[in-house]
Design a protein around this ligand. Sequence first.
Ligand code: NAD
Length: 339
Amino acid sequence: MEAVMYTHDYRQTLVTDVIAQFPAQRVFILTDTQVGALYLKQTVAALETTDREIHTMTVPVGEGSKSLATYEQISQALADAHFDRHDALVSLGGGVIGDLGGYVASTYKRGIAFIQVPTSFTAQVDSSVGGKTALNLGSQKNVIGTFYQPVTTIIDSQFLDTLSTRNLLEGYVETIKMSLLAGGDFAALTATISTPGEILDHRDALIKASIDYKTHIVAGDFKDFGQRKFLNFGHTLGHAIELADPDLMHGEAVGIGMFQLAQLLMPIEIQAAIRERLTALGLPLSSQYLGTVAFYDNLLNDKKVAGSTIDLVVLPVIGQPAIQTMPLTEFKTLLQSAN
Ligand SMILES: NC(=O)c1ccc[n+]([C@@H]2O[C@H](COP(=O)([O-])OP(=O)(O)OC[C@H]3O[C@@H](n4cnc5c(N)ncnc54)[C@H](O)[C@@H]3O)[C@@H](O)[C@H]2O)c1
């Protein structure tokens, strides 16, 4: 069961509503260099008002930190500081720090309390709930991981004031995705947004709607064997494009993936709904790498490919996703005819 706390003063919530209620004697804060430079000092100062022993570690920004080497480094630091099973680890950062900290917390002494303080939009609308933790193995993303729920996720949307516009938009693509899967008022809200400023104006509503949708989907399929696959909307083509195109960020590639798949397999109204939401914010609809050899190689290696078929998330109607299983050869022919 997900426990999510929404606040505009994460330090007070962390200190008063979480740590003070907790048996932990030691608290370990994990962050990256960018978030750490902005928020670590003030977070430590707040926690020092409790009688707990506070430890910190700052790892380099980016995917490279989701590694076995960093995992070992953090686990060693916990062991050196004599953390035991009553103690807690706090991830203060974006999705990288959440995935990494979650994996450490889930395995150190077979599991210690894990608290998420997500600071990027991607982490606030998506990765900080759902209980998936992950490390990369070389260039293979998220191949090591556990399902492990945090004790709580504390969401303070004021963190977004210091996030770059490109990172904000990247997370917003996941919000668009979630809104089209959910339909209703949520889809109506994303239809009104056409500037980064408007995303920030509506940030609390967008975060809450995304988290509500994701927790609802995950509650029915925690281990990702059924309806949780809907959350992969746009990701099959998106991953293949992202790996082939070095200039694209993950969210941008997912936007392209949603639109390109809609053009192949979904009604004209769905194509328009995706196109309008993405173009309003200047987000790309295509990539020059679409249809290249590298693109097809990546597609074949996707986890959604099972033998000779591929599972695709389609949206016949806004708010009503479905899985379409297709022979790979048929899908490839369809893609080639479109490019
Ligand atoms: N576990 C899941 O369910 C799940 C879901 C989606 C994505 N993910 C993972 O999440 C990661 C992507 O997350 P991300 O986009 O947050 O990446 P990230 O953690 O690398 O953060 C992106 C950048 O934003 C910076 N940043 C974060 N918050 C900031 C703030 N408030 N102010 C200024 N800068 C800030 C970070 O330092 C970093 O440079 C990937 O590793 C992906 O695999 C996991």
